[in-house]
Design a protein around this ligand. Structure first.
Ligand SMILES: O=P(O)(O)OC[C@H]1O[C@H](O[C@H]2O[C@H](CO)[C@@H](O)[C@H](O)[C@H]2O)[C@H](O)[C@@H](O)[C@@H]1O
Length: 267
């Protein structure tokens, strides 16, 4: 519903209200907005394919990207193509594969190991793990592979061990045992460094960074953002470098909706 409509009816548009936890909108013309995807912008789902993107999200993200002169980035473990598919029309930047891919404008950088024989072999071996339990899900990525064990948490530590055994055959890779997924990715890839590099290039350079994240993986990036005079918003109650808290993805989306409607945001 348009803000003007609420006004005509004598109500305040919900998008114009900064609620508890949602900081007042920063000046988007001097801000670099960095937003984690799963668990932050979008609610967690039982499998990566069941992820549901509310229909207003791509539009909100596009509005933010436009207002920020392109200095908005989705920071994620998913591939760039996957984010493009889930956010049709979004023209901001995407850091995919935890930093193994970076899309800014039309410049799409991919890690040299992306699409390599090595990744294909690793992915094939990871697929064999599903013989242990069909509820395990293998997600191939351009420069690595993830095995999701959200539906079989009791297998988590076994999967970590298996994936570590696979990794020993591929020295250029590291294993990351996350809470919900175990992932192999290039050793030299991590999201904090990817964020630092992103903030050093146009149109992000010289802007004040603001980071939304939910995961332990976001923390080093948040530490950097806070250390450079920006601020961070943590989703959930885990320990964090962030100065602000939101309870869940719905609140993140509501907050971004407020921010993308500058005329109505708090000063
Ligand atoms: O960096 P993020 O944007 O937070 O991405 C982290 C991983 O998210 C996805 O997997 C996770 O979310 C799925 C959907 O909610 C869930 O089913 C799965 O168990 C989680 O691990 C994504 O599929 C991965 O590629 C990302 O690395």
């Amino acid at each position: 519903m348009y803000p003007q409509f609420y006004e005509m009816m004598g109500f305040q548009h919900p998008g114009g209200v900064c609620f508890e936890g949602c900081p007042p909108a920063p000046n988007l013309s001097t801000t670099a907005l960095l937003i984690d995807f799963d668990g932050t912008l979008i609610d967690m789902a039982e499998t990566p394919d069941q992820t549901f993107v509310p229909k207003e999200v791509p539009e909100t993200m596009s509005r933010l990207a436009e207002a920020a002169g392109g200095a908005v980035a989705v920071i994620t473990g998913r591939s760039v193509d996957e984010v493009r598919r889930l956010l049709p029309g979004y023209t901001g930047a995407i850091v995919g594969g935890h930093g193994a891919e970076v899309l800014v404008g039309t410049d799409h950088w991919v890690h040299p190991l992306a699409g390599s024989e090595t990744v294909a072999k690793m992915t094939q071996i990871a697929h064999a793990l599903t013989a242990l339990d069909p509820r395990l899900i293998v997600e191939p990525k351009p420069a690595g592979v993830a095995v999701h064990c959200l539906r079989v948490p009791e297998m988590h530590s076994r999967i970590c061990k298996f994936m570590d055994a696979i990794r020993q055959q591929f020295p250029e890779f590291d294993v990351c045992c996350g809470r919900r997924a175990v992932e192999l990715r290039p050793r030299d890839v991590n999201r904090a460094d990817a964020v630092i590099r992103l903030l050093d290039r146009t149109p992000f350079k010289g802007r004040r960074p603001v980071y939304f994240g939910d995961d332990q993986l976001d923390e080093r990036a948040m530490e950097y953002v806070v250390g450079t005079g920006g601020f961070a918003i943590k989703v959930g109650d885990a320990e964090s470098y962030a100065s602000h808290r939101l309870r869940g993805s719905k609140e993140v989306r509501d907050c971004l909706e407020v921010w993308s409607t500058p005329r109505r945001s708090a000063a």
